[in-house]
Design a binder for this molecule. Structure first.
Ligand SMILES: Cc1cc2nc3c(=O)[nH]c(=O)nc-3n(C[C@H](O)[C@H](O)[C@H](O)COP(=O)(O)OP(=O)(O)OC[C@H]3O[C@@H](n4cnc5c(N)ncnc54)[C@H](O)[C@@H]3O)c2cc1C
Length: 393
């Protein structure tokens, strides 16, 4: 197995770096680094810049207007973007719905929705989870009843990320309540401006509201918005989840967080010395750096296997657990490095001395990133997947 980049891949990386240097506004990169909420316009603006280079949908085949990158190229792009603190590509249209429509959507659906994702005409969000249907997703109850050439939808979705900006939501809905629970689910595209849709923000620990509840009260959805066949939605839902779990290790984000931690530890003083010289703190930083290097190698090993056509097995669950643990440790160390300066929760009314906003951002990031080990399949569930696979042999 060869894990070094080819000359073409190295040239590709240089191209990405040059683009980021030329196009990424330093003020925007600072906001991303400090974990401040980006406005809708900022996220859309970054999408548009990427799209002007044909790089917005690295994961889509060229026939659908994507870049058709290999898994290694996507990894390089994600790593360089994270290190430069570029905004994340909002995943719901590009990384989740796009691949589902390409595989299971009708020609009409592909022709209508895919270009709109690339152009930024629609902002999609994901309506999977419900109260009582998260890890056990197939227990979902939000129902869609056929009425002529429409479905009538009633029920609730929760944890809908960035739903406040969205005009479209892809939903799993129950179209049959008898039989095995997985067999009565359908995949429906719903216009959020339809009468009967209500979006309510959920305020998180760090004071922001990036997730929402979405309510449907007799919402009429054209039957043409059903993807694939009625009651076959579970198959499409699972296919989407394999795409949701790409870049699961988050090596680029962890590397950026480690670089930041080293910078902070060097600047902070402890008993008159740089904190980075404190043997206990230095040992903790070294420990997490070693873990990150090991994870990065496992990640490259997986990408190399994927490039040779092998499907990822339990490695993706391993990477989900390790990647999130490493980032949460890095967040905790950064917050510790700031000590008392990081105590306040929000910036509001805290116009402190130079650098105070960075210390507060460390706290906000630490709080916000509790989510990493929950979404995309909680770490406990990943452990069950690993132990189940090992028990089978
Ligand atoms: C910040 C954030 C953003 C999200 N964004 C979206 C979104 O945009 N769209 C969307 O549809 N969903 C979204 N989710 C939902 C996310 O996918 C669920 O939170 C996740 O699947 C866990 O489900 P739950 O919250 O219902 O917890 P539960 O499933 O109720 O789990 C509670 C606890 O029990 C554990 N547990 C559950 N089952 C098992 C088991 N079999 N074995 C061992 N332990 C178990 C879990 O690990 C967890 O610790 C988001 C969640 C968060 C936190």
């Amino acid at each position: 197995m060869d894990m070094s980049f080819t000359p073409e891949e190295t040239a590709f990386r240089d191209d990405i770096r040059a683009f980021l240097k030329a196009e990424l506004d330093p003020a925007l990169a600072r906001k991303v680094r400090l974990h401040h909420d980006l406005t809708k316009a900022e996220m859309e603006g970054w999408h548009a810049k990427l799209q002007s280079r044909g790089w917005l949908a690295g994961n889509w085949p060229k026939e659908f207007g994507g870049a058709g990158w290999t898994a290694i190229q996507r990894h390089i792009f994600e790593e360089e973007s994270a290190r430069a603190h570029a905004p994340r590509i909002v995943p719901f249209g590009i990384a989740m719905l796009g691949p589902v429509l390409q595989k299971f959507g009708s020609k009409e659906q592909q022709d209508h929705w895919l270009p709109r994702i690339l152009n930024g005409d629609d902002w999609w969000c994901q309506g999977y989870s419900e109260p009582g249907a998260g890890s056990d997703l197939a227990s979902l109850r939000c129902e869609a009843v056929r009425d002529g050439d429409h479905y009538v939808v009633n029920g609730q979705k929760t944890w809908t990320t960035l739903g406040q900006h969205a005009n479209m939501i892809f939903c799993l809905v129950r179209t049959n309540a008898t039989g095995k629970k997985q067999e009565g689910i359908s995949f429906l595209l719903i216009d959020m401006e339809t009468p009967g849709v209500t979006v309510r923000p959920i305020v998180l620990l760090d004071g922001t509201a990036e997730v929402n509840e979405v309510w449907f009260d007799n919402v009429r959805v054209p039957a043409a918005n059903l993807v694939g066949e009625e009651n076959q939605g579970w198959t499409y839902a699972k296919y989407l989840l394999t795409h949701e779990r790409t870049n699961i290790a988050g090596v680029g984000f962890a590397t950026a967080a480690l670089d930041n931690l080293k910078r902070v530890a060097k600047a902070q003083r402890h008993r008159g010395q740089p904190l980075s010289d404190d043997p206990l703190f230095a040992a903790e930083m070294a420990g997490v750096e070693i873990e990150l290097m090991a994870m990065s190698t496992t990640n490259l090993r997986m990408l190399s296997a994927a490039a040779q056509g092998q499907a990822p097995g339990i490695e993706s669950s391993m990477l989900k657990i390790k990647g999130t643990q490493i980032r949460q440790r890095l967040d905790a160390l950064t917050r510790r490095a700031y000590g008392g300066q990081a105590m306040a929760l929000t910036l509001e009314g805290n116009e402190g001395p130079e650098g105070a906003d960075e210390a507060l951002a460390a706290s906000a990031t630490w709080l916000n990133n509790r989510k990493l080990s929950i979404y995309g399949g909680s770490n406990e569930v990943q452990r069950s997947i690993i132990s189940g696979a090992l028990a089978k042999g």
